[in-house]
Design a protein around this ligand. Structure first.
Ligand code: 15L
Length: 268
């Protein structure tokens, strides 16, 4: 059984993946504070990602890492710098030193948030981050490529949409992913023999999706959930939200309209 470290394990996505993966791998959890639930037989190693020595302790002896850790929304530059830029470098460098074989990096749709919703994009478009947070995710994808091609780490970057039991508004009808589908993608990243460096979109089988996820499907991803099954509830929730033209134009939603003074939105 592979020994897998999950960073950011105390967060919502970390807790859900722990529950879904605990019988498949020998898990070790890490975060600044212990998760509310640490299942029997699972270790917890505290680590602040900005503390290199602590990160090195956390990764020692594992075969693979699911790197969810860091600041998970837009934040002040100092916070993003320490948690997501320095933290991500520390994680990859510690993985190299400890000869970890695989990293699954939780990237985000916000690495490409400034594409208009009317465009369908694949993994071959240039990044268009919509926030300092999105920039940090593009950085994580770039450092993942460096460690994959230079140091032989097998790296999978998941541009995750929105992880929840159900989509909560119109935007999430396009980008929603059920935790079970996310666990399937994580397992491909940790196990598929042909992975060297890949970017997949972390999205369920949504009819309205803005992303071409051919790469994930090529590796066997078969999402089991569809946002359309929750369409009426999501649209009813959307009807109660105030209108926000910039947010509604771009894929990144409010991450785009937040602090926005860019004039007319891009048409392409
Ligand atoms: C993300 O990357 C965030 O981590 C999550 O909290 C959501 O805001 C999500 O994107 C989203 O775009 O809905």
């Amino acid at each position: 059984m592979q020994r897998i470290l999950i960073t950011g394990a105390a967060g919502d996505v970390g807790s859900r993946l722990t529950a879904l993966l605990k019988d498949t791998y020998r898990l070790r959890l890490s975060d600044i504070k212990a998760p509310a639930v640490v299942p029997a037989g699972v270790d917890f190693v505290p680590a602040d990602l900005a503390d290199k020595a602590a990160v090195e302790r956390a990764v020692t002896g594992v075969d693979g890492i699911v790197h969810l850790g860091g600041f998970s929304v837009e934040g002040p530059w100092e916070t993003i710098l320490n948690s997501n830029i320095i933290g991500c470098y520390n994680l990859f460098e510690a993985a190299r030193l400890a000869r970890v074989r695989r990293v699954v990096f939780a990237s985000s749709n916000h690495a490409v948030g400034f594409y208009p919703r009317r465009r369908r994009i694949g993994i071959d478009v240039p990044v268009r981050p919509d926030s300092r947070y999105g920039v940090s995710k593009a950085f994580g994808e770039a450092i993942g490529a460096l460690y994959a091609y230079k140091h032989g780490l097998r790296v999978t970057c998941l541009r995750i949409g929105n992880v929840a039991d159900a989509p909560v508004d119109r935007r999430r009808l396009a980008i929603w992913i059920r935790p079970e589908d996310l666990a399937q993608l994580v397992r491909i990243g940790l196990e598929h023999p042909d992975i060297r460096y890949e970017i997949f979109y972390g999205v369920s089988d949504n009819e309205q999706a803005w992303w071409d996820n051919t790469a994930a499907h090529r590796y066997g991803y078969r999402p089991e959930f569809r946002a359309e099954d929750f369409r009426d509830a999501a649209l009813a929730a959307q009807a109660k939200l105030p209108s926000d033209p910039v947010s509604e134009w771009y894929q990144g939603g409010m991450f785009c309209s937040d602090e926005y003074d860019g004039g007319e939105p891009a048409t392409y």
